[in-house]
Design a protein around this ligand. Structure first.
Ligand code: ADP
Ligand code: TYD
Length: 211
């Protein structure tokens, strides 16, 4: 049994837009830090200076400027930089990495939303990323509520939220399918509750993964 005070852990949060991933990632990082752990709180696309530059390319401007295939390359390029510069060094130093979205988001958004490109996503992932999180927390929730919450936020990164309810519904189903496909590392959490109840489940799963 490993020591929960020093064990490195790579945790990702996934779910549809507005499901509460960023809120929960932040709370988890705060709680773990208060317990004395070194935590890197990060997100995708982005998380390193180079990856943040790519984030602007994919999330701002004309939504039609990239083909689905080019998007796969851009999200994977951002992930490779993020992994090399931030995630792997942190894990090697025994830290906990809490990451808001990772490769499962590419499997869904690029793999499913504009035709079935999952095989291309997987091939590029295998070639250029080659690792999965230790634990993935899927915040599952009603797509209409998620969309309402996401639209309630201000911002200029509306690229994907613009696709509306039909896409949110497909993405929710897709995430649940991924949770079954990668059952060993996925845990599904009911996000239709108040933030404290969701945070308690998030923490319980992380504590279990740390021992
Ligand atoms: P995501 O990162 O998944 O898009 P956010 O954490 O940014 O989601 O949450 C979207 C919006 O919903 C924010 O305004 C946030 O304050 C609010 N929110 C988050 N979790 C809950 C919750 N459990 N109940 C109600 N509102 C929430
Ligand atoms: P994010 O900032 O997490 O948005 P939200 O807080 O609304 O969930 O992600 C921005 C958008 O990028 C989101 O709509 C999903 C999309 N995305 C992809 O399409 N592919 C990816 O690989 C990733 C990481 C995100």
């Amino acid at each position: 049994m490993s020591d929960p005070r020093t064990k490195a852990l790579f945790v990702t949060l996934e779910g549809i837009d507005g499901s509460g991933k960023s809120t929960q990632a932040r709370r988890l990082a705060e709680t773990l830090r208060a317990a004395g752990r070194d935590v890197v709180l990060t997100r995708e696309p982005g998380g390193s200076p180079g990856a943040d530059e790519i984030r602007r390319l994919v999330l701002e401007g004309d939504p039609d400027r990239w083909s689905a295939e080019t998007e796969i390359l851009l999200f994977t390029a951002a992930r490779r930089d993020h992994l090399e510069r931030l995630i792997e060094p942190a894990l090697a130093a025994g830290q906990i990495v809490v990451c808001d979205r990772f490769a499962d988001s590419t499997r869904l958004y690029q793999g499913l939303s504009r035709g079935n490109l999952r095989a291309k996503v997987d091939a590029l992932h295998e070639l250029m990323i080659g690792r999965e999180p230790d634990l993935t927390l899927l915040i599952d929730m009603d797509p209409a509520t998620g969309l309402e919450r996401a639209r309630g936020r201000q911002g200029h990164e509306e690229r994907f939220e613009d696709f509306g309810l039909a896409l949110q519904e497909r993405m929710r189903g897709g995430f649940l399918d991924l949770a079954r496909e990668f059952g060993a590392r996925f845990r599904v959490i009911d996000g239709n509750r108040d933030p404290d109840a969701v945070a308690a489940d998030v923490l319980a799963h992380v504590r279990t993964a740390l021992v």
